[in-house]
Design a protein around this ligand. Structure first.
Ligand code: C2O
Length: 551
């Protein structure tokens, strides 16, 4: 079937946190934007109509885009942006994946307000879920961040100064901050209405720009059944941990007595070292049973400490796949091995940078000390340059397989000898069609260590192992899960630690890999895989759609 939507991106007047109403950019006047509901195998068609004053693109986070690389969405990677007043139609299939994905703007910080859910049910509908009990109802739970200032202005300032934007003014559940906003004038709390003894499938999405979250509901626990639209072996927990970019599908059983309970989304602050300013508040929603006695404060869940790395690691490393017939299995032969550092550092000032410290350096972030910068507006997108064999002016093929220096990655940052400056550049790693890649993602502590949610476009990858400290192959390899590792599109590399992932490059195109903290992406924490064409037309990048935005 074809699932068709029109997304009018335009102004929405909204009042939050007791502030006067102000104008944000949103899709169809909604925050969060519309939910796309599809079945596995459907074709999704979205007409983007840009009525906003900003350049815009939309990314379908987690959709493989096999055969439709022009619909992936990251600005200047797979397309030039849709200019104010212009249109573009995204057309893609959702095959071989089921569960919760989402969509968001992929330019500037616009995804702070331009985001929504993309739900993929089995071909047989909800009756075909490979878990039980089957839910009576489903609810989407989208976690976000809210700024009182224009996120476009925040991003421009952060980009020009090299100083990351400050913390959000509030966290939100389905667009609403909850009881941290005590204005009596508007209902700022989202309410989930439930019935006794029913089971709910919560589709939890972390759409926050820069903050991993803990999610709890007082007096209720969860059974996790999927993450990043890949089924997991059922996992019982009273807390869900979800990093920006990630999704979790969890069953929640309503009890036998009617009551009112808080759902709380509280931040996980993994940074150790030069800790950035941080908003410790909590977003709340209310789970309200039909027939619950009126009045009284809902029960509150116990809140994990904001630096609770043990809880985050336990949740994220305990998930394993649900092995189903016909699903991809871990490739055992590896063609390319990469060891890639992800972290913060310094780089030389750029000519267009407004502020620079006295040593002419700026804060930056990088992978293998390469600090990624998107091609400038006006150049072709990277995918167009690739397709036309005209990359020379747009990117270089020298992204390194190893960091330039080997050192103690997770020791204190006091050793400035290891602070090697990086220069901003647009480097890609070229892969042959169908080659198998293993990447060790190693967090560093040059400035601060932090759990970076690393997202790969165009693929799911298997997470074979995760741990703390410096990666030691001899010690780690025997522990690789090659049988039923979780499949993800975003892995939260443990703070001061590492994760090992594997994927098959079976999707020709240009695929962004980056930290899903927008603050870090701007500073350069990204790279692009250039996957070459396969032997047939079906395994090659197709010609661009006729309405592809002009650069
Ligand atoms: Cu959800 Cu490149 O991002």
């Amino acid at each position: 079937a074809v699932v068709e939507h029109t997304f009018n991106v335009g102004n929405l007047s909204i009042s939050q946190l007791c502030q006067p109403a102000r104008i944000i950019t949103a899709v169809n006047g909604q925050l969060p934007g519309p939910t796309i509901e599809a079945r596995e195998g459907d074709t999704v068609v979205v007409h983007l109509v840009n009525q906003s004053p900003y350049n815009m693109t939309i990314h379908w986070h987690g959709v493989f885009q096999r055969g439709s690389p022009w619909a992936d969405g990251p600005s200047m990677v797979t397309q030039c942006p849709v200019q104010p007043g212009a249109n573009y139609t995204y057309r893609f299939n959702v095959t071989d994946q089921e569960g919760t994905l989402w969509w968001h703007a992929h330019i500037s910080f616009h995804r702070a307000t331009v985001y929504g859910a993309l739900l993929i049910r089995p071909r047989g509908g909800a009756a075909a879920y490979p878990f039980s009990p089957k839910p009576h109802r489903e609810e989407t739970v989208i976690l976000g961040e809210w700024w009182n200032a224009s996120v476009y202005d925040l991003e421009r300032m952060a980009f020009l100064t090299g100083n990351p934007a400050g913390p959000a003014d509030a966290y939100t559940i389905n667009g609403k901050p909850g009881d941290s906003d005590n204005c009596s004038t508007a209902n700022q709390t989202y309410t989930f209405r439930v019935r006794r003894n029913e089971t709910y499938l919560l589709r939890i999405i972390n759409a926050a720009l820069n903050t991993p979250m803990f999610l709890k509901v007082a007096n209720h626990s969860f059974t996790v059944v999927a993450a990043d639209a890949a089924y997991t072996t059922p996992y019982e927990t009273d807390v869900v941990v979800v990093a920006p970019g990630q999704t979790v599908d969890a069953l929640m059983a309503a009890g036998s007595a009617a009551g009112r309970y808080y759902m709380e989304a509280s931040p996980y602050d993994s940074a150790v070292g030069a800790t950035p300013p941080f908003n410790p508040t909590t977003a709340t929603a209310v789970v309200e049973y039909a027939g619950a006695p009126a009045g009284g404060e809902p029960a509150k869940p116990p809140r994990p400490p904001s630096n609770d790395t043990a809880t985050a690691f336990r949740f994220l490393s305990n998930l394993i796949a649900l092995v189903l017939p016909g699903k991809p299995t871990v490739p055992l032969a590896v063609d390319t091995r990469m060891f890639v550092t992800v972290g913060l550092g310094v780089s030389d000032c750029q000519p267009d940078q407004l502020f620079c410290n006295r040593s002419r350096t700026v804060f930056s972030s990088s992978m293998n000390n390469a600090s990624f910068v998107l091609p400038a507006l006006g150049k072709p997108s990277m995918l167009e340059a690739h397709y036309r064999n005209e990359s020379a002016d747009v990117y270089t093929r020298d992204f390194p397989d190893r960091p330039p220096l080997a050192f103690d990655y997770t020791a204190d940052a006091s050793n400035t000898a290891t602070l090697q400056y990086t220069t901003k550049s647009t480097k890609v790693r070229t892969l042959r069609y169908n080659e198998t890649v293993e990447m060790v993602l190693q967090n560093t502590r040059l400035i601060a260590k932090e759990s970076h949610p690393m997202h790969l476009h165009g693929f799911n990858f298997f997470v074979l192992a995760q741990g703390f400290g410096n990666y030691d192959e001899a010690a780690a390899a025997p522990g690789f899960n090659l049988v039923n590792p979780q499949e993800r599109n975003t892995v939260a590399v443990p703070t001061g630690g590492w994760a090992v992932i594997r994927f098959v490059a079976n999707n020709p195109g240009m695929w962004f890999m980056h930290c899903h903290f927008d603050a870090h992406l701007d500073l350069g924490l990204g790279m692009v895989f250039e996957v070459q064409d396969g032997p047939t037309a079906e395994t090659s990048v197709p010609p661009p759609p006729l309405d592809l935005p002009q650069c």
